[in-house]
Design a protein around this ligand. Structure first.
Ligand SMILES: Cc1ncc(COP(=O)(O)O)c(C=O)c1O
Length: 413
């Protein structure tokens, strides 16, 4: 039976009680027994993200004229991100509410720029690796574009030669990820840049995961290939502050090498009773809190803070990767350079291992190609490293000795 709309209100104490009850089966990510899906950089950072959000809780970022504070913060978030990602003098962009929206906006700008400046026959096509995020298919569907997915190379990076062979007269755009989500490897962006330039195509780099960590990991001395506007041929980038930038959810950036491209992102309309309506984003109303949170965390951490966290996360990753590789029969996939890595086995059923870990109280992410366990790290895993590795090796032993046989196949969020 459908729940009835409440006749009378409750007081906060009672509501809070119900909320606590409602969340009792949620995964306890604060306890650390979740090896992905959470971006956590410490209680202090979270407090800043939350306080800034709360300060601008009632403000709507679509009304930039009403809230010059939000307009200032958004423009500074963009300036800082452009500096981080080597945007030149003419680079430009805006915030959005998340990676999916940033990707949608970049495709929309590419489609409309192409219509005006480089028209193609028929449906405009975009070529992505099989490993690119589903947001591209979603956006292409909404925007009437055709998406072509090309199997990745054996090292899990985008197969640039195969992508080149798939270019047709209708292709307008190529995509690379830095890193891609399934295996955590960075696509060969420099090669994609060369290809894009030689074929006069738009190149989008999805740095939703890497945008706010790769630059710092690199400054720490790790070998991170060029992936941003430093690469000739990169036209647009999506980078999420609400992932490894550690702000509240609802904060991403979409950036262009030139303001001319950015000019094709927005929407403007005056054929209705109210008058002119203009926005850069897909969303109308947007949480002012998310903008303030992004601005506040960037200023709270600064380069020094982001580098400190990046170093800690890299240590967590090294400990986990070494531990996994030491367990007989497990292997990590490819050469992931940042905070995501995946492992599987040719010796036994990795999904049986995943099930065993779930029974031991871990929230386990799986990937289907190749069958594997997916880790995406932040400081949340710091207190549970040893416990994870010990539960993992115990579970592997159980699977090896046939005490657990077949894991469940379904792979979803
Ligand atoms: C590589 C990549 N791109 C895009 C997205 C979509 O981001 P959002 O969930 O913020 O829309 C994700 C989400 O995990 C991602 O991993």
């Amino acid at each position: 039976m459908r729940k009835a709309f409440p006749k009378t209100g409750l007081d906060w104490a009672e509501i809070k009680e119900q909320l606590l009850e409602a969340r009792k089966d949620d995964v306890d990510w604060r306890g650390g027994k979740i090896t992905g899906l959470v971006y956590f950089a410490g209680d202090d950072v979270m407090q800043v993200a939350q306080d800034a959000y709360t300060m601008f809780f009632g403000e709507n970022a679509v009304y930039s004229g009403v809230y010059p504070s939000l307009a200032m913060m958004e423009s500074e978030v963009i300036e800082l991100t452009l500096e981080l990602l080597h945007g030149g003098e003419s680079a430009a962009g805006s915030m959005s509410t998340g990676g999916t929206e940033s990707i949608f906006l970049a495709l929309k700008a590419a489609r409309d720029w192409s219509r005006a400046n480089r028209p193609v026959d028929g449906t405009p096509e975009i070529i992505v690796s099989l490993t690119a995020h589903p947001a591209f298919d979603r956006a292409a569907g909404y925007l009437g574009m055709k998406i072509v997915r090309i199997p990745q190379a054996p090292d899990f990076r985008a197969d640039v030669s195969a992508m080149a062979e798939s270019i047709t007269r209708s292709t307008i755009m190529l995509v690379g990820s830095a890193p891609q989500y399934p295996h955590g490897v960075i696509d060969p962006i420099a090669d994609l840049g060369e290809l894009a330039q030689s074929r006069d195509l738009w190149l989008h780099v999805d740095a939703c995961v890497g945008g706010f960590i790769a630059p710092f990991v690199r400054k720490l001395g790790y070998p991170i290939p060029d992936f941003d506007f430093a690469v000739p041929g990169v036209t647009s980038i999506s980078a999420d502050v609400h992932k490894n930038g550690y702000s509240a959810k609802g904060a991403s950036t979409v950036l262009y090498s030139d303001s001319e491209y950015f000019g094709y992102q927005g929407f403007e309309f005056d054929q209705w009773a109210r008058g002119r309506y203009a926005t850069n984003t897909f969303m109308g109303s947007r949480p002012g809190g998310a903008v303030a949170s992004a601005w506040a965390v960037m200023h709270y951490l600064g380069e020094e803070g982001y580098m400190r966290i990046a170093q800690e996360v890299m240590h967590i990753r090294e400990a986990l990767m070494d531990g996994v590789n030491r367990i007989d029969g497990l292997e990590t996939f490819g050469d992931p350079q940042l905070t995501i890595f995946t492992f599987g086995s040719t010796a036994f059923d990795i999904f049986a291992v995943a099930d065993g870990l779930s029974e031991a109280g871990w929230y386990v992410n799986r990937i289907q190609d190749p069958a594997g366990i997916h880790l995406m790290l932040s400081l949340v895993q710091k207190p549970v490293l040893e416990e994870y590795l010990s539960d993992l090796s115990y579970t592997v032993e159980k699977v090896r000795t046939g005490r657990v046989t077949r894991g469940k196949r379904e792979v979803s969020y």
